[in-house]
Design a protein around this ligand. Structure first.
Ligand code: RNT
Ligand code: ZN
Length: 421
C-alpha cells in the first residue's frame, strides 16, 4: 500500500475513533511501550545447544519437520533478528538455560554461570532488547524419571535446586548488564501418568526446594522470580506436582510472580479471567501467551477471542506495568521465523484492538446498569477500522505493512534457511 493511502486511511480512522472518544495517536504511543518477550525455543523446536545427546522430555512435544531450524546460537540469533525486523516496537528475548554457550566444554546444569550467556547478553544489548530467563528442568538424564525439584532422591533434588539458584544469579547478571529487570521463570515437568497414592509428599518436597532456591535475596531491580503451574502434561495426565493452586498459594505467601500460561487450564477455562483475580493479591504476574488445541498447549498464537480477552484485561485493567507478556509455543510444521512473527504480531494486534475500544463509554453503560448498550458497543467495536491504525503503526515503525512481511520470510527461507542441512 502506498504511503498516501496509508495516511489517509489512518486519518479517516482517527476521526471515526475520535467520535467515540478514542484517541488513536495515544493508542499508538502506548502500544510502542509494551514489550513482548519472544521465546527463543520456537526457533529450534525446544532443542537447546548442549549437545549431550538428550531428547526433549518433560512431556513437551514438538511436531513437524519444516526444514531450516536453527542449529547453532548464531543461526538462532540471526533468525530472531529476522523476525524482529518484521514486528513493530521494541521487545525482549526469553532464553532457556540450555541455550548456553560453553565454547566446546561440557558444563552440566548445576555449574552454569553468567559467562556462558555472554554472547546472548551482548546481542540483546546491541539490539536494545530486554531479556528474560528460565531454568531448564527437562531434557536431561536427571529429569528422565519425570521428577526434578520434587524428586524423592535428595541428591537429584539438590542438583536441580543448584541449577535454579544459578539461574537466578544469571537472571540478576542479565538485569545488571542490560539495565532492564529480568524475569526468571521456573517451570518443572514433575507429575504422574496415573493416579498417585501420595499427592502430598512431592508437593512438600517442591515447596522445600523452592524455599532453598529463593533463600538468597536478589535485588528486584535486577531479577524477579516467577513460578509456572500446569493442569496436565503428556505423561503427567493424572497429577502435576506444581499445579496452579500450588504455585498461586506459594506466590502469595512468598511474594513471587505467578506465571499464567494460556494453554495450562481446562479447555473452557479462561486464563484472561484469572488476571484481575490474582492481581488483587500479587504485585506482578508473567503471562505465557499460547494457544491450546485439544491435548496440545502450545500452538502458534492466533487472533482468537481468548487472545483478545487477555489483551483486554491487560489494557482495560491498566495493568501494563504489572504484567510481563511472554509467548510460549512451538510449531515445527511451518517456517519458524513466520511462527514468531505471526504470534507476536497477533499479540500486538490484540493489544491495539483493546486500546482502540471505546472502553470508557462501555464501562459507563455497565455502571449505569445499561447492559444492552454494553453488549451493543462491544460488538460494534469489533469492526471499527483498527487495521488502518495497525498498518499505519507498522509503517511508522519501519516494518512491513499487511502480509508484506511474508515475502521477506519467503526470501529468507530461500536464501538462508533452505541451505541448512
Ligand atoms: C511447559 C511450560 C513451559 C515450557 C517452556 C519451554 O508446559 O509451558 O513454559 O513451555 O519452558
Ligand atoms: Zn509456559
Amino acid at each position: 500500500m502506498n504511503k498516501r493511502h496509508l495516511e489517509s486511511a489512518y486519518r479517516l480512522a482517527k476521526e471515526q475513533y475520535a467520535e467515540l472518544g478514542v484517541n488513536t495517536d495515544a493508542a499508538l504511543k502506548q502500544i510502542a511501550t509494551i514489550p513482548i518477550s519472544l521465546h527463543c525455543w520456537q526457533g529450534d523446536d525446544v532443542g537447546g545447544f548442549e549437545n549431550f545427546g538428550g531428547e526433549l522430555g518433560g512431556g513437551l512435544a514438538v511436531t513437524g519437520n519444516h526444514p531450516g531450524k536453527a542449529r547453532t546460537p548464531g543461526e538462532l540469533r540471526a533468525d530472531i533478528e529476522k523476525s524482529l525486523s518484521l514486528i513493530p516496537g521494541k521487545h525482549r528475548l526469553n532464553l532457556h538455560a540450555f541455550y548456553a554457550e560453553f565454547g566446546g566444554k561440557k558444563v552440566d546444569r548445576d555449574a552454569i554461570a553468567p559467562e556462558h550467556f555472554g554472547n546472548w547478553i551482548a546481542w540483546c544489548k546491541q539490539h536494545g532488547l530486554g531479556m528474560d530467563f528460565n531454568p531448564t528442568c527437562f531434557s536431561h538424564p536427571k529429569a528422565a524419571a519425570g521428577f526434578t525439584l520434587s524428586h524423592p532422591d535428595k541428591d537429584i533434588r539438590r542438583f536441580w535446586v543448584e541449577h535454579c539458584v544459578r539461574c537466578r544469579a544469571i537472571g540478576a547478571a542479565i538485569g545488571k548488564a542490560l539495565g532492564k529487570t529480568c524475569v526468571t521463570n521456573i517451570w518443572i515437568p514433575d507429575g504422574m501418568k496415573d493416579t498417585p497414592a501420595d499427592r502430598k509428599s512431592p508437593r512438600e518436597r517442591l515447596a522445600a526446594s523452592l524455599d532453598a532456591i529463593f533463600a538468597k535475596k536478589i535485588d528486584a531491580k535486577l531479577n524477579r522470580d516467577a513460578i509456572e503451574g500446569k493442569l496436565f502434561g503428556i505423561g503427567s495426565e493424572s497429577y502435576v506436582v506444581g499445579s496452579h493452586e500450588f504455585y498461586l498459594a506459594y506466590a502469595v505467601r512468598h511474594n513471587k510472580l505467578v506465571t499464567l500460561d494460556a494453554g495450562h487450564y481446562h479447555p473452557t477455562e479462561s486464563m484472561a479471567d484469572k488476571i484481575s483475580a490474582v492481581l488483587t493479591q500479587l504485585d506482578e504476574i508473567l503471562l505465557h501467551v499460547s494457544r491450546g488445541v485439544r491435548w496440545d498447549s502450545d500452538h502458534v498464537v492466533t487472533l482468537t477471542d481468548e487472545l483478545q480477552a487477555i489483551a483486554q484485561e491487560i489494557v482495560w485493567g491498566n495493568y501494563t506495568q504489572r504484567i510481563h507478556i511472554g509467548l510460549d509455543y512451538f510449531d515445527a510444521s511451518i517456517n519458524r521465523v513466520a511462527a514468531w512473527t505471526i504470534g507476536t504480531r497477533n499479540m500486538l494486534k490484540a493489544l491495539l484492538l483493546a486500546l482502540l475500544t471505546p472502553i470508557e463509554k462501555i464501562k459507563a453503560a455497565e455502571a449505569g446498569g445499561d447492559y444492552t448498550s454494553r453488549l451493543a458497543l462491544l460488538e460494534e467495536a469489533k469492526t471499527l477500522p483498527a487495521v488502518a491504525v495497525w498498518d499505519y503503526y507498522c509503517a511508522t515503525q519501519g516494518v512491513p505493512v499487511g502480509a508484506a512481511w511474508l515475502d521477506e520470510v519467503k526470501a529468507y527461507e530461500k536464501n538462508v534457511l533452505s541451505k541448512r542441512g
